[in-house]
Design a protein around this ligand. Structure first.
Ligand SMILES: Cc1cc2nc3c(=O)[nH]c(=O)nc-3n(C[C@H](O)[C@H](O)[C@H](O)COP(=O)(O)O)c2cc1C
Length: 103
């Protein structure tokens, strides 16, 4: 990013985030964190590892176990990474015709 673009972005975004309610910050963190998690899973797969996203967990307890400052960090999901011991069960994906609108 060129320096002048950085300056412009910082000037606009720093006050925006400073004045955004917690709810908005969490919304942004969930979107960004989810994209990062997906990318991490794809990279892990490219290196021959298997992954599993886990969204159902006790956020406060996990934050505590990982010594996370709950005021600063938002636990988004757990991504387990490793080598699968078996191939698991077959799965099914609905086609994009059934799940996506193009406008
Ligand atoms: C974001 C996300 C969070 C998930 N969280 C859970 C979870 O908390 N518990 C669970 O049993 N499965 C959870 N799943 C489902 C499994 O991680 C996994 O997708 C599924 O077992 C694989 O089967 P599938 O290929 O049929 O999707 C989650 C999936 C996604 C995409």
């Amino acid at each position: 990013m060129p320096a002048d673009v950085k300056e412009k972005q910082m000037a606009a975004l720093t006050p925006y985030y400073a004045n955004s309610p917690r709810e908005e910050l969490e919304r942004v963190a969930l979107i960004d964190g989810s994209l990062v998690a997906m990318q991490l899973m794809l990279v892990a797969r490219a290196y021959g590892y298997d992954t599993n996203p886990i969204g159902g967990f006790e956020r406060e307890k996990v934050a505590e176990a990982f010594d996370m400052d709950i005021e600063r960090y938002v636990p988004v999901m757990i991504v387990s990474i490793g080598k699968a011991t078996d191939s698991g069960y077959g799965s099914y994906r609905l086609s994009t015709d059934e799940t996506v609108f193009w406008k």
